[in-house]
Design a protein around this ligand. Structure first.
Ligand code: ADP
Ligand code: MG
Length: 332
């Protein structure tokens, strides 16, 4: 049993609101969605498990935000427009002081993206949050506008949105593996706990980017998925990638809390940033700039796609940097 407040009270109080875009929302056996004519449904699912994806004492408002943010980030990487989502929730007990801020954080981000909660499932168990999100992608002239991992071509530019590294920096600080000045931790912690899904950028890149992915596991690892799916390789210019370093890590370097080497490692392989990594033909540079402006999201060009498979890092002099990143040897 979930406690004094039963399952249905709980759903009614925290997760039921009148349907707006959906034909039918929470309360029946199924929800009903009506995708716009000429669109495809884009569907993605992500699960957050206590202990694995978040600390047990994390702020429930931030957790509600993050649970939806990581799913919206997948829609963004596909260039999809958010439509609706479902929430499957396992809770140890029905604690109102947890449920109230959790649902507030969740629904605030949902409202910001006009993405409705249309259904779910609620059960007692170890805290586990599973969201399935639905979005729309236009089909133009019989061709889906979805951004895929498989579209990168030799000669394309390689870009990343926003900044990288702070989520990992915060994670290490919270685990106690490094010490940070309070200000740097505060900056970095927001990136870890309340990531911003790049939904507007993803949509603006439809018809512009050749391939895209969201950076959840670390840039090098996620980029590898694009390279594999597209059958190509890439070179990253590390001095350009350093421009991606986020505010918390810049402050941490300034105050000598971490080395520049560590900062670069966090940029290249830290996870949980939820930025977009994408490729676009050189001829689309103006269009990429326009998309970035339209979405009010900065993007940085950090390298290029090549026909030679594998991932190469070069320094400011164009020299290959092998040994320094030996842990990434499996990309070679
Ligand atoms: P069923 O027995 O048909 O699976 P439930 O009793 O589990 O239905 O749920 C009742 C209604 O509440 C359904 O419309 C379901 O989608 C919705 N629902 C259940 N849990 C949640 C939740 N955590 N968030 C949103 N809607 C939920
Ligand atoms: Mg059910």
């Amino acid at each position: 049993m979930l406690g004094p407040m039963g399952e249905f009270d709980l759903i009614a109080r925290y997760f039921t609101r009148p349907a707006r875009r959906a034909v039918l929302g929470v309360g029946d056996d199924c929800a009903l969605l009506q995708p716009a004519p000429g669109t495809q449904l884009a569907i993605s699912c992500d699960m957050l498990v206590e202990g694995r994806h978040f600390f047990p004492d994390v702020d429930p408002f931030a957790l509600g935000h993050k649970a939806l943010a990581v799913n919206l980030s997948d829609l963004a990487a596909c260039g999809a427009t958010p439509l609706a989502f479902t929430l499957a929730l396992a809770l140890p007990h029905a604690d109102e002081s947890w449920l109230e801020p959790f649902s507030r954080g969740l629904l605030a981000l949902a409202d910001a993206h006009n993405c409705e909660l249309v259904g779910g499932d609620t059960t007692q168990g170890p805290l586990n949050i599973c969201i399935t999100v639905f979005g729309e992608v236009p089909v133009v002239g019989g061709k889906s506008q979805a951004l895929l991992r498989s579209g990168a071509r030799a000669g394309d530019d390689l870009y990343v949105s926003g900044t990288l590294g702070d989520a990992r920096l915060a994670l290490e600080a919270l685990r106690g593996t490094l010490q940070l000045p309070a200000e740097a931790l505060a900056q970095a912690r927001t990136r870890l706990e309340q990531p911003t899904p790049r939904v507007a950028l993803g949509q603006a890149l439809r018809g512009v980017a050749s391939a895209a992915i969201d950076v959840s596991d670390g840039l090098l690892g996620d980029l590898r998925h694009i390279l594999t799916a597209s059958g190509v390789g890439a070179t990253i210019r590390t001095e350009l990638a350093m421009d991606l370093a986020a505010a918390g890590s810049r402050l941490a370097v300034e105050r000598a809390a971490i080395s520049q080497e560590k900062q670069l490692e966090f940029v290249l392989s830290g996870g949980d940033d939820y930025e977009l990594a994408f490729t676009a033909p050189m001829s689309a540079r103006d269009a990429v700039r326009a998309a970035s402006q339209l979405a009010q999201t900065p993007v940085t060009r950090i390298g290029s796609i090549e026909s030679e498979t594998g991932l190469r890092l070069v320094d400011a002099q164009g020299q290959l940097m092998p040994g320094r990143f030996s842990s990434f040897d499996h990309f070679a």
